[in-house]
Ligand binder design. Structure first.
Ligand SMILES: Cc1ncc(COP(=O)(O)O)c(C=O)c1O
Length: 453
């Protein structure tokens, strides 16, 4: 076993050492060679070393180097060294984080990490918290607690009686709501299309003046960090209006909530602390391994009521039982990587990482603007939207850039315009990475620019 693990460490070490030097996207040949991992199911056992060697030989070259420093697609973080190493150790421990009796270490480490997380995000320590796979499930979990609370006020027990014949709930979202929040609503029986959509401004912020009438059976979903622009909804105004009416306010803060940990960006999160529930990701801006999200609910009993279960054989202790706060029962101990990431970064390290990513996003924007290209958003956070002219030309630049391999950026539509998205979310990205990436982007973009001479 030990030799196998040393072999895995050796191979992973080689991968990590080279990931910043190779083409970010794998070539078509590398992807074709993945068929070597197929074939019929082996009849008999074989050496685990052989399985590992095959994975490395054919799998490693076909990875997307999204953990490397020049991947700017979607909103994807890399892995902090401490988080990766902790993940390996935790995999060897193979703990089930469902109940404290199954894993005192998972429960204790998770409790510490969640305490730090609440403090960093400026949320009360009394909040109920659950570890889930990502922001989609964190939104789901928080909205299940919201559904419990607003229907409970109407005397309806949704966990027991479901939604058949339940009093209606109004769900309010901004027009630029993230699509995964709508998915979470659909999983909860609240419907994707049944929401009231509030018009958004040019940055994707909810127009607070356009909020519909709210009441105590309303759930208002705000956003901290729009996936395209990085913009934040006007939380202070929305929260006070919603709370006057007795409504529940939920925050989708998949990456944006982390701005609270960086003093120069913290003003963006002002007012978000007044909400009733918050969803965030750790695998994005905190740079821990996939998958890792957190659901936080101000009144822990609402989360517990929506999620807790009991059975005679499920022995529970006097302390917080992790699975009483999550949709899953058995699950891996994600809190261990969160603990390792925060323990190794400290407040200063986290602040530096977030500030640096935002600064580098601004460098991208300024340089591209300086070269005559249009930046479509106010670069307040780590997201940049750039147009290279027509929709066809912007798509050409994105395609050529992805093929060229220095860096990787995806595309989007923003208010009728085709744009390239640059999301700077990786702990390892430096000024030099941005210089190399800009050189590649400009070289490719200028091929399509009519010469002025
Ligand atoms: C604002 C927002 N909410 C939710 C999500 C979904 O996150 P996940 O893919 O971790 O479930 C994202 C992903 O980019 C996001 O940006």
């Amino acid at each position: 076993m030990k030799e196998l693990l040393m072999d895995a460490a050796e191979r992973a070490g080689r991968y990590v050492a080279c990931v910043g030097k190779r083409s970010v996207a794998p070539g078509p040949e590398e992807v074709m060679r993945l068929s070597a991992l197929g074939g019929s199911m082996p009849e008999g056992p074989s050496d685990p070393e052989r399985a590992l060697a095959l994975l490395d030989e054919f799998g490693s070259p076909a990875t997307v180097a999204s953990t490397g420093p020049r991947y700017f697609g979607f909103v994807i973080g890399g892995i902090l060294p401490a988080a990766l190493a902790a993940n390996w150790l935790a995999a060897a421990w193979d703990q089930n984080a469902a109940l404290s009796v199954m894993s005192p270490v998972a429960t204790a480490v998770e409790d510490v990490a969640l305490g730090w997380l609440r403090e960093l995000l400026g949320l009360p320590q009394s909040c109920g918290v659950g570890f889930v796979t990502g922001a989609t499930m964190a939104n789901f979990t928080c909205l299940a607690a919201a559904r419990h609370a607003v229907l409970g006020r109407a005397g309806w027990d949704v966990e027991q009686d479901g939604l058949f014949g339940a009093p209606p709930i109004t769900v309010v979202v901004g027009d630029e709501v993230h699509v995964t929040l709508l998915k979470a609503l659909s999983l909860l029986g609240l419907g994707r299309a049944r929401v009231v959509r509030v018009p958004a401004d040019d940055q994707g912020r909810m127009r607070f003046g356009a909020l519909p009438p709210l009441d105590e059976r309303t759930i208002v979903c705000m956003q901290a960090g729009n996936v395209n622009t990085g913009a934040f909804d006007p939380a202070g105004e929305i929260c006070s209006r919603a709370h006057e009416a007795g409504a529940w306010v939920h925050v989708d803060g998949a990456f944006g909530l982390w701005a609270a940990a960086a003093p120069q960006r913290a003003h963006l999160t002002a007012g978000f602390g007044n909400a009733d529930s918050w969803a965030t990701d750790c695998h994005k801006w905190l740079n821990v391994p996939y998958d890792s999200g957190v659901a936080v609910v101000r009144q822990a009993e609402h989360l517990r009521s929506a999620m807790a279960l009991s059975a005679a054989y499920l022995q529970t202790g006097g302390i917080r039982e992790p699975s009483h706060y999550t949709p899953e029962v058995s699950r891996r101990a994600r809190g261990i990587e969160l603990w390792a990431a925060l323990r190794s970064l400290g407040r200063e390290g986290l602040k530096e990482m977030i500030e640096r990513n935002c600064r580098l996003a601004r460098s991208f924007a300024e340089c591209l603007q300086g070269a005559g290209f249009e930046v479509l958003n106010e670069v307040v956070l780590n997201q940049v939207l750039v147009s290279f002219g027509s929709a066809e030309e912007t798509r050409r630049v994105i395609d050529d850039l992805q093929r060229e391999g220095t860096c990787w950026c995806g595309g989007t539509q923003w208010h009728g315009r085709t744009a390239m998205r640059i999301s700077v979310s990786n702990w390892a990205t430096t000024e030099v990475d941005v210089e190399h990436s800009l050189a590649a982007i400009l070289r490719i973009a200028k091929l399509g620019k009519p010469s002025t001479s």
